[in-house]
Design a protein around this ligand. Sequence first.
Ligand SMILES: NC(=O)c1ccc[n+]([C@@H]2O[C@H](COP(=O)([O-])OP(=O)(O)OC[C@H]3O[C@@H](n4cnc5c(N)ncnc54)[C@H](O)[C@@H]3O)[C@@H](O)[C@H]2O)c1
Length: 347
Amino acid sequence: MHILLTGGAGFIGSNFVKMVLAARPNVRITNLDVLTYSGNLENLSDVQNHPRYRFVKGDILDTATVAPLMEEADCVVHMAAESHVDRSIMDSGPFIRTNVVGTQVLLDCWRRSRGGERVSKQAGRFVYVSTDEVYGSLPLGRPELLFTEQTPLKGNSPYSASKLGGDVLASAYHHTFGMDICITRCSNNHGPYQFPEKVIPLFVTNLIENKQVPLYGDGQNVRDWLHVDDHCEAILTVLEKGRSGEAYNIGGNNEKSNLELTHAILWLMGKGPEMIKPVADRPGHDRRYAIDASKIKAELGWEPTRSAWPKALESTVRWYVDNQAWWRNVKSGAYRAYYEKQYGNRG
Ligand SMILES: NC(=O)c1ccc[n+]([C@@H]2O[C@H](COP(=O)([O-])OP(=O)(O)OC[C@H]3O[C@@H](n4cnc5c(N)ncnc54)[C@H](O)[C@@H]3O)[C@@H](O)[C@H]2O)c1
């Protein structure tokens, strides 16, 4: 099998490439990535010469690049995206271009490469990697409420609205053209190679540099944390065994408030609460995301095995402590300008 993967130089993509190459000896991967600020070929340096792996630098919006790659592929795993909510609040343009229009370009190229109007189900699967953020937000104090695949979709930030655009386009192409499409909607990931603008690597690397950690608002916002290895395994499971046209929730059964997460990181790093710097809340900050992942467990037999807290968090924190060359390189240059703009005047 030959997978065309988009966005494979990012956090989840680079972990996915390594996991699939190791777990599936008959699978080849072509990684199409334009290398935005969050795409980093260093993430893949240990597999760059692997005989079943190929990197192509290119934009998912560019039909001339995408179309010939699709001719060679048996299936597509689409995870290229602008992925950071705070950046989408600063400028939503790149989010709409990549996450909505880019997804449409890929879907149309895939449809054409599989024969046009009505596409046979045998023509090859397209997996759209969506997010739990397309379900909007749950209130605090109602632990019985969880996102299921039936929860109405609602994009509360420009990021989630743009992912929702790609998500509904993917279902529409299944419905209209009969294309073999599955959608995955996952909770917050953590693990190696996450760009240090996201909360866990941001906090750990700040603490190593003896800088405070910026905590939004009252710190009560809740997220369900999943180790990236579990997410990658779930995407592969959906690619191989998912039912065509279905969406699958993926979660870690591991809800933590940002304050709980912050204290856990401080404790692991041997630091005290004086290292917390409260900052003004993110506009429109979703209160709680919580996933009911019973469908993927019942239908496909997937459940998280590497996300149990606090061991999973500990291994992620350890990775950033042990791999300082990686993030010090990343945390320079353009990143500094972004960080100043985001947190500089927010005291
Ligand atoms: N990180 C999470 O917690 C999480 C949770 C659920 C879903 N997701 C989804 O998983 C996917 C991957 O997320 P991530 O955290 O690895 O993001 P990331 O920002 O680390 O990686 C995104 C990758 O996409 C590439 N890319 C961006 N625009 C492109 C374009 N126009 N053409 C080609 N490549 C392009 C970037 O260069 C980068 O390598 C995204 O679709 C995201 O919405 C992420």
